[in-house]
Design a protein around this ligand. Structure first.
Ligand SMILES: *Cc1c(COP(=O)(O)O)cnc(C)c1O
Length: 325
């Protein structure tokens, strides 16, 4: 095992390549879009990997499908548990249905009814808990133990990270070598997986993580070289409100990521609307982080070949329209 001062490196490029085989024909190979307007505005050659077109609307399906595929026959028979009210819940629910593994999703009682319904719609059993009375993780752990379910974490698991890395693998296979790869960061699953793939397939490519300014724990961790956390940041980028990176992702980010950038919520909204209007794609706030770093001029990209991961498109358009001013 490859030990570092930050912890062991638990994922290697072979794991990403293996995940690519497993998801083949099950996950969508999402399109890579280019835009003459973006190239003109940035002076770079830009390739957008559009995971808003992935199954269930976000890259999370890749990691969930890979992790569920790698369970033992016995674990598959007993079922899996995920706790999330976001894209990870729907990813585990859908992957479970496709692989014949029963998914149980733990969500707060006050989760948006549309999300609860969507998750049930994928065939999952939704178990609700009162977040003012019980601790989510303790509640989920007890339920998993009592029913013998395997817990599938949203980012801090080697099989999840390897699955997420397939997005960058496909992007580089299609676009060719890159100078920069911009990837949003919550708990760092997508970022670390993509950085591993870029390191192997496009040596010299600098992978840069992008976080919301209000939830900049990974950026602070990167700079101080010690794991930092954030408590319930109030950013509109709900997919990046994670408490901190984890034992699996932190060492990988320190090893394979070249830099971290932040964007504020105003820049994020501006980018969301710009992608909507100019590129005709619907992107959720977290999904627009990487594009915002580029379009808001946080990276000197002139003359460079730049990959940008658009991570997801699950946004309530009524909410989005209310933000238009
Ligand atoms: C989960 C999620 C993220 C953050 O991914 P991590 O692997 O936790 O860093 C970013 N964008 C979208 C759309 C997500 O669903």
């Amino acid at each position: 095992m490859n030990q570092t001062e930050f912890g062991p490196l638990l994922v290697a490029y072979d794991d990403v390549a293996g995940a690519a085989q497993r998801i083949l024909g099950h996950a969508r190979r999402t399109p890579v879009l280019t835009s003459a307007t973006v190239d003109e505005r940035t002076g770079a050659q830009v390739f957008f990997k559009c995971e808003n077109f992935q199954r269930m609307g976000a890259f999370k399906f890749r990691g969930a499908y890979n992790a569920l595929s790698l369970l033992s026959p016995d674990e598959k028979r007993r079922g899996v548990l995920a706790y999330s009210s976001g894209n990870h819940a729907q990813a585990v629910a859908l992957a479970g249905r496709m692989l014949g593994v029963k998914p149980v999703i733990v969500m707060p009682l006050d989760a948006p009814p549309v999300k609860i319904e969507a998750t049930r719609g994928y065939g999952a059993e939704v178990v609700l808990y009162d977040k003012h009375k019980v601790d989510r993780e303790a509640f989920a752990r007890e339920l998993a133990e009592s029913r013998g379910l395997a817990v599938i974490p949203p980012f801090d698991h080697p099989h999840v990270v390897a699955g997420q890395g397939t997005a960058a693998k496909e992007l580089i296979e299609e676009a060719g070598g890159l100078d920069y790869l911009l990837v949003c960061c919550g708990g760092g699953g997508l970022l670390s997986g993509c950085a591993i793939a870029a390191h192997a397939l496009s040596p010299g490519c600098k992978t840069i993580g992008v976080e919301p300014a209000l939830g900049d724990d990974a950026t602070r961790s990167f700079r101080t070289r010690t794991l930092q956390s954030c408590h319930n940041p109030e950013t509109i980028a709900d997919g990046a409100r994670t408490h901190s990176m984890g034992k699996v992702t932190f060492p990988l980010v320190m090893r394979y990521v070249s830099d971290m950038l932040t964007v504020d919520d105003t820049e994020l909204l501006r980018t969301m609307f710009w992608l909507w209007e100019r590129m005709k794609i619907v992107v959720e706030p977290t999904g627009a982080l990487a594009a915002a770093a580029l379009l808001e001029g946080k990276l000197a990209a002139k003359g460079a070949r730049v990959g940008v991961i658009i991570s997801g498109g699950n946004v309530d358009l009524r909410w989005a329209a209310q933000q238009l001013r």
